[in-house]
Design a protein around this ligand. Structure first.
Ligand SMILES: Cc1cc2nc3c(=O)[nH]c(=O)nc-3n(C[C@H](O)[C@H](O)[C@H](O)COP(=O)(O)O)c2cc1C
Ligand code: SF4
Length: 505
């Protein structure tokens, strides 16, 4: 039971304004929000940017940044007397070894992009001079037409799961409840992924127009934009685009736009954990069903969509669903692929869905050294060997290979990489980011990390690895969300494709 008059939804902002968990902050937030102090404290400790009030510079030790030498960056910072510490991801794998300075030093744009093309639904290299003509078209032709075009386009969500967007749009419209919400998932936190950041920085009007179209079609008046805490410039770009569009009279005056900061918790990218964060709680995923289309934000019908998915909507309406479908090779649409690790030109490349990894490597200027392995879709997708370079990079083809496209955060590894060390880097990430509510995930991620450390410390005795299959089985059987389902994939896939490095080949 919530105390009478409590303003729970405000507590993360209040904690942020108080400078995080500093002495006295919990008491002040309690007085302002009426949420009990112990509860405020419990929420704050979940989010590392609120709980850690002393670090200025966060140094990424995710896989791409380890490869690029994050340890030397840390040594340099410490030599300069900076307050720095390692974290698993700062969303900048294209600038590895990456750091994020919370004192607000400027964020830079991705060094490489695919050139502008009319075969791209988003086209990062195009100017963001949006006439909002797709929104005008939507108003002219009506909501049924909009949803039919989205359905005709066949677009699958670009946030990771590849779920058909039209099913969600129709799901929200089918609800009798008229209080409905649109939520933009801009929490981009999967190591290897940095495409949404570029969309927000380079094409903010595309995102705002897509959201306004969704609100029109679903008769929603409130739009929540949840932006990763480290993406201050991306958030500012979206805020600026809303202001500009309002001034030009492009947006419905009744729409209310809310910008919400993430506070450093990867799990809040999971849609129901994100809703918990919006409601001022620890970001722990909810059991599904009910799904957000039926019972989402504040228990009301909610459309949650990834930045890239929403940014495709204007082009779908302008050119037609069939046009979008035709952009893909093995599945509908063009797709943003993030290339990092051992590639010559790390960056974001838009290509037909189903492009091969070999072609993506060409776009990124080729591999540095000889490709040994790659992660096609961030840490959650595990590893594939170089013999799979010709597999179509789409949701279904990669699932057949026991991997996933996920958020298309492609990390390339060359012959210098030790696959045990690479698996350990991913294990550390999942252990740090497990929300802890399911025992198999909380304990299993810890066991996997400890097992890999023990294997290395034992001089690579394969007997130390015997527990891995059982632990990963438990995680896949009893995890509430995708984190627990995916967390053992890096080590399992590395053992499958590189058995000799685990002493089992
Ligand atoms: C552990 C975990 C992390 C996730 N992180 C993100 C994320 O950062 N951004 C995102 O859009 N989707 C993320 N997702 C997927 C979302 O749950 C959800 O499917 C997505 O936001 C829906 O939008 P889409 O259909 O447009 O992809 C994550 C899922 C899981 C299980
Ligand atoms: S699987 Fe892991 S991250 Fe997901 S809800 Fe359970 S404990 Fe949390």
């Amino acid at each position: 039971m919530e105390p009478k008059g409590a303003r729970r939804e405000s507590i993360l902002d209040l904690l942020h304004d108080a400078g995080g968990l500093r002495p006295g902050a919990v008491g002040r937030v309690h007085l302002d929000s009426k949420v009990p102090e112990a509860d405020v404290y419990g929420v704050a400790t979940f989010y590392h940017l609120l709980a850690d009030t002393t670090t200025d510079v966060f140094v990424c030790d995710g896989l791409s940044c380890r490869i690029a030498g994050c340890n030397s960056v840390m040594d340099e910072l410490q030599a300069r007397g900076e307050k720095a510490r390692f974290v698993s991801c700062v969303g900048r794998c294209d600038a590895a070894p990456a750091t994020w300075d919370r004192r607000g030093r400027p964020e830079t744009l991705s060094p490489a992009l695919s050139p502008s093309s009319d075969k791209h639904a988003i086209d990062l290299a195009a100017e963001d001079t949006q006439p909002y003509d797709a929104l005008a078209l939507a108003r002219d032709k009506g909501a049924d037409w909009v949803v039919a075009e989205i359905e005709g386009s066949g677009i699958q969500g670009r946030g990771g799961a590849g779920f058909p967007a039209a099913v969600k749009w129709k799901g929200v419209r089918a609800q009798a409840v008229k209080e409905r919400y649109i939520v933009l998932n801009a929490d981009e936190g999967e190591p290897g992924t940095f495409k949404d950041r570029e969309v927000m920085l380079r094409r903010p009007h595309l995102v705002i127009e897509g959201l306004a179209i969704a609100a029109f079609a679903l008769e929603a008046l409130e739009i929540y934009i949840y932006v990763r805490g480290e993406f201050g410039a991306a958030k500012a770009a979206l805020v600026g685009a809303v202001e500009e569009a309002k001034q030009r009279g492009d947006l419905d005056d009744r729409l209310r736009w809310h910008f919400v900061d993430g506070h450093g918790a990867y799990i809040c990218g999971e849609e129901t954990a994100l809703l918990e964060a919006l409601e001022g709680r620890r970001g722990m995923p909810r059991m599904k069903p009910p799904f957000p289309v039926e019972s989402g934000f504040r228990g009301k019908p909610t459309l949650i969509q990834n930045v890239e998915t929403i940014a495709c909507v204007p082009a779908i309406l302008r050119n037609g669903g069939a046009w979008f479908r035709g952009l893909g090779r093995t599945a509908p649409g063009s797709k943003l692929y993030c290339m990092s690790g051992h590639v010559t030109r790390p960056g974001v490349y838009e290509a037909p869905l189903g492009v091969s990894m070999r072609e993506l490597l060409e776009l990124a200027g080729g591999a540095v050294g000889t490709v040994k392995a790659f992660s096609p879709g961030g840490a959650s997708s595990g590893f594939l060997p170089a013999s799979k370079l010709d597999v179509a990079m789409d949701f279904r083809s990669l699932a057949v290979e026991g991997s996933m496209l996920g958020s298309a955060g492609v990390v390339v590894l060359n012959e210098s990489v030790d696959m045990v060390e690479a698996s350990l880097a991913q294990a550390v990430f999942f252990e740090q980011e497990s929300c802890g509510q399911c025992s198999p995930c909380r304990i299993g991620t810890q066991i996997i990390r400890q097992t890999l450390e023990r294997y290395l410390a034992s001089g690579r005795d394969p007997k130390t690895l015997a527990i891995i299959p059982e632990v990963s089985w438990g995680m896949s059987e009893a995890s509430i969300c995708g984190l627990g389902l995916a967390a053992s994939l890096p080590v399992k896939s590395a053992m499958t494709w590189f058995p000799e490095e685990f002493g089992i080949g």
